[in-house]
Ligand binder design. Structure first.
Ligand code: SF4
Ligand code: SF4
Length: 312
């Protein structure tokens, strides 16, 4: 069942197909950037208020991080306590993200995460500065993508073992958006965190969404869970003319033009769906991958029943 385009069909009805496609891309991406900006502003405002509150009672961005929910989950389930610096809010936000991912896969990364938005901003800046992006060779890209799962496993293991937010002091998301560098700059104690954040920013300027693709532990968890999401982008081979127009705009460089079902590394930005010139070739479908196995099993059973009844 195709669920994309319903929103914009009315706005693009009277245009030529090419212009309608361009308009759709612009509308979707503009909407995405507005939503990303709102979340960036919200997180930065939270940080500023936290630093300015004299009593220190205003929430820090630690309390709003869904990854904190995942980090504290085991400790909370086994002892009823939270890992220091995490709260009930982390679990609630984590649960929201869990439900959102089960519905729409990695859309959080494409539409909500402030760090993803920052990297999109760096990509925009690179374009404005006319700097060429670095394309990571396919084989190296495949290997580097495991980095997220390695980091995810390491962080969860160490957090459970130490009952501390083990990665918290180095997390580039926290370093940048927590605004310690602005309100409490301390090179002596935080130089590793600053250096790491700087490296991530510089690499992300040249390699689109580098942190998301190769290192983000939350992105790794979302990608694993995204394998069973209800909404998936699918390519219909019969309608596709293999022009690969859909490949170029993908911020996380997925092989959209050859896959049948787009990888769960997809961040749901919808740029490929809008760019595709062939109606019905690339669509967001309410058809989870696990349903495929179920459907083919049912078809096989149906066929066997038919064969048996014919044989009689
Ligand atoms: S992969 Fe990580 S940093 Fe990137 S958008 Fe997703 S959660 Fe944010
Ligand atoms: S596959 Fe399509 S929707 Fe997913 S990230 Fe790439 S361009 Fe965006």
């Amino acid at each position: 069942m195709a669920v994309k385009h319903l929103l914009f069909d009315r706005a693009t009805k009277t245009l030529t197909p090419a212009k309608a496609r361009k308009r759709r891309i612009a509308l979707t991406q503009r909407m995405r950037h507005v939503i990303q900006t709102v979340f960036v502003a919200f997180i930065l405002t939270t940080s500023v208020l936290h630093w300015l509150s004299s009593s220190g009672t205003t929430a820090s961005i630690d309390a709003l991080c869904p990854f904190g929910g995942l980090e504290t989950l085991w400790h909370w389930l086994s002892t009823g306590q939270f890992v220091p610096k995490t709260h009930l809010s982390n679990l609630v936000i984590g649960l929201g993200l869990l439900l959102g991912t089960l519905l729409a896969g990695g859309a959080f990364c494409g539409w909500i995460c402030p760090f993803g938005a920052l990297q999109d901003g760096l990509n925009w800046l690179r374009g404005k500065l006319h700097i060429r992006a670095i394309q990571v060779p396919a084989r190296l890209d495949r290997v580097l993508r495991y980095g997220r799962y390695v980091l995810l496993t390491l962080i969860l293991f160490q957090t459970i073992a130490s009952v501390q937010l083990w990665f918290g002091n180095y997390d580039p998301y926290k370093t940048i958006f927590g605004l310690d560098w602005l309100f409490n700059f301390n090179l002596a104690t935080s130089w590793i965190a600053y250096l790491l954040a700087l490296v991530v920013l510089v690499v992300s300027l040249f390699v689109e969404r580098a942190w998301c693709r190769y290192a983000c532990p939350l992105g790794g968890a979302i990608s694993l869970l995204g394998n069973v999401s209800l909404l998936r982008i699918r390519r219909t081979e019969a309608a596709c003319k293999s022009c690969a127009v859909c490949v170029k705009p993908c911020p996380v460089k997925l092989d959209v033009a050859t896959a049948k079902t787009i990888s769960s590394n997809c961040i749901g930005c919808l740029a490929c769906v809008d760019a595709c010139p062939r109606p019905g070739a690339l669509e967001v479908t309410l058809a989870p991958v696990w349903l495929d196995g179920l459907r083919s099993r049912l078809q096989r059973t149906h066929k066997t029943v038919e064969e048996v009844s014919h044989a009689r």
